[in-house]
Design a protein around this ligand. Structure first.
Ligand code: ADP
Length: 611
């Protein structure tokens, strides 16, 4: 232990040699400070003041800080003062004090009175002397410090800002002579409150104060200077007393010290304890470093307009009615601010999603336009293909028309002969006319079918029976088949096969497949057969097959036959199957080709049934 102390003393001595030479040893005062507080440190104001001081002194680790709470707000009679003086005298008898920091006007007055006796020649740094009090003291030797500027007039100005058409001012606090920060307000009352009603509760006991503040008249504001004692033996830090009063008050409370804000005041021109402490600490440091206190002019701490956001909400006070440059504390972030990142993430997600939806809608629009366009092209191409097919089938069509026309002619001639006889058989004439009518209808039907088939209609789907579509196409092909020596069979599934489709387009697919089958069998001498089938697989689709007894399709060409312009025929265009595939795909179906095990090709397509 002793060795440690010796080592420390040695080190301190060593570092002392390194101190800059511009501050001579005679100028520098003993590196110790005695801080005298008017109140005790239980309340937040003096606590913050003290921490401001310590922040300055702690930077220089060699300064010893002594502290005394004079407790003048609770004890103040002559006997107490005498015993306090004696106590301090004995306690600090053999201590070297470099500077005294006196916090509060009462402390400063006591220190001045005691200086000659207790600390002769020791400089004093005061804190929190109101500017007018300082002026009253006149010239005091070896003193500097931090003056404060805060007035009752500013508190009334605040009250007018927070209570529209202010009518009554209610003064709450300890008696003015006990106040450390607001003593001068007492003298200001007549001028500052002129034109207002004043309810003076200064010095009242706490239960009385609480009762009165709960039933104040409308358009009132409380000006709270600080209650230290309720006169019944209970002592409070003023912030604690403030909280009790704020809970009961029916109007806003204006204050002049920062810590009272958190205790439930609406705000006001406030002294900021920590800043005062720091300023006083800096002055004390200059004195310790050799400057004469009397040569350093006092600095002034201006009170600042501070407000409590929560109390503004409680009393419905808008920001715009506050004095300029007001600072608003305890502002609660709104939901957007509180969940800033989450909100931004959600907004970003919504934006991305919206962008995606827009993109998809645009894509859908493009796809829809492309579909419309491709249907149009398909319709046009299919029309050309139909015209070509009809050209190929023209002999059969002519044949189909010739038959009824021929029998009409024969029947008409027969009727003429009968009419020429003496006693024409009218019954026979009637039968002939009926035949003529039937044949005419047959010819008309052929023409109707042809016209329908050649119509340039846009792609349009409706509810159709696939068996009917198949039957009509096969009837149309029957003459051509017999002309080409082809046996044409149709096997349809029982009942109706309801699908959504364009009957003309579907007939065209069937026609293309059957004509191709007949073409493929041209080279085989006999046994030319085409079988058409409609089958329901028991599920949600139906399958149509056209199979023939031709040579089939070379295995390596099976996939190619549907390609546009693939043909093995001299006069072929190679578009029949590619159109058939386009039509089937437009009907949400599938088409494929295969070779039958017994020989010949088979083309199949499947279509979804109407649910
Ligand atoms: P095109 O009939 O003008 O040649 P298609 O697209 O209708 O055009 O047919 C393409 C090719 O597919 C034909 O040239 C033929 O080689 C082959 N093909 C089509 N149907 C059959 C079939 N039933 N049997 C054998 N080959 C066929």
């Amino acid at each position: 232990m002793i060795t440690t102390i010796v080592a420390r003393v040695f080190l301190v001595g060593f570092f002392a040699l390194l101190v800059p030479t511009y501050v001579s040893a005679q100028d520098r005062r003993p590196q110790s400070v005695l801080v005298l507080d008017q109140s005790n440190l239980r309340g937040p104001f003096y606590y913050q003041l003290s921490s401001g001081l310590r922040e300055v002194f702690d930077v220089d680790g060699r300064i010893t800080v002594y502290g005394e709470n004079l407790d003048l707000t609770r004890f103040g009679d002559a006997a107490y003062e005498e015993s306090l003086k004696r106590h301090l005298n004995e306690k600090y008898r053999d201590r070297q004090i470099g500077v005294i920091v006196a916090n509060g006007v009462g402390t400063f007055e006591h220190t001045l009175r005691w200086r000659e006796e207790l600390w002769p020649g020791i400089p004093i740094v005061f804190a929190m002397l109101e500017a007018t009090q300082l002026a009253k003291l006149g010239q005091v030797a070896n003193v500097t410090g931090v003056a404060i500027r805060n007035s009752l007039a500013d508190a009334i100005k605040t009250a007018r800002a927070v209570v529209p058409a202010l009518d009554t001012i209610v003064l709450v606090g300890d008696s003015w002579d006990r106040q450390s920060l607001f003593r001068h307000w007492g003298e200001e009352i007549p001028t500052a409150t002129s034109g207002l009603k004043v309810i003076d509760l200064v010095g009242q006991k706490m239960p009385e104060i609480l009762k009165r503040v709960a039933e104040l008249p409308e358009r009132s504001a409380i000006v709270y200077s600080g209650v230290f004692s309720d006169g019944a033996g209970t002592y409070y830090p003023p912030a604690t007393a403030m909280r009790l009063i704020a809970d009961e008050a029916n109007c806003p409370i204006v204050v002049g010290a920062e810590p009272l804000l958190a205790a439930g005041a609406i705000g006001g021109y406030s002294l900021i304890a920590k800043e005062i402490g720091t300023a006083a600490g800096r002055l004390a440091l200059r004195v310790l470093n050799g400057e004469q206190a009397g040569d350093i002019p006092p600095v002034t701490h201006e009170s600042k307009p501070l407000f409590n956001w929560k109390q503004m909400q409680r009393w419905n006070v808008s920001e715009s009615s506050l004095p300029q440059q007001s600072e608003i504390r305890f502002r609660e972030p709104n939901l957007l601010e509180q969940y800033r990142w989450q909100t931004m993430a959600v907004a970003a997600a919504i934006l991305i999603q919206a962008g995606l939806i827009m993109f998809l809608l645009h894509e859908r629009h493009l796809r829809h336009s492309a579909e419309v366009e491709s249907h149009k092209r398909m319709t046009e191409l299919a029309h050309v293909n139909r015209q070509a097919t009809t050209g190929e089938l023209s002999s059969s069509i002519a044949h189909e028309l010739n038959q009824p026309l021929g029998s009409i002619l024969t029947n008409a001639e027969t009727a003429e002969l009968i009419l020429k006889s003496d006693q024409p058989d009218l019954e026979e004439i009637r039968e002939i006319l009926a035949d003529i009518k039937r044949d005419d209808q047959r010819a008309g039907e052929v023409i109707r079918r042809l016209r329908n088939f050649l119509k340039r209609t846009p792609f349009e789907t409706r509810d159709v029976d696939l068996n009917e579509v198949m039957g009509e196409a096969f009837r149309f092909l029957s003459v051509q088949a017999s002309a080409r020596n082809v046996a044409l069979y149709l096997q349809t599934a029982p009942g109706a096969l309801r699908i959504k489709g364009d009957p003309i387009q579907l007939q065209q697919v069937i026609l293309n497949l059957v004509v191709n089958a007949m073409d493929a069998m041209a080279s085989i001498p006999y046994g030319r057969t085409v079988i058409g089938r409609t089958e329901w697989n028991g599920g949600s689709s139906v399958m149509i097959s056209i199979s023939d007894s031709g040579p089939g399709i070379p295995a390596d060409k099976l996939a190619q036959v549907f390609d546009p312009f693939f043909t093995t025929k001299d006069q072929g265009m190679g578009i029949g199957l590619s159109i058939a595939r386009t039509i089937i795909l437009a009907h949400k179906g599938q088409i494929w080709a295969e070779n039958q095990s017994g020989g010949g090709a088979a083309f199949h397509f499947s279509l979804p049934l109407v649910a």
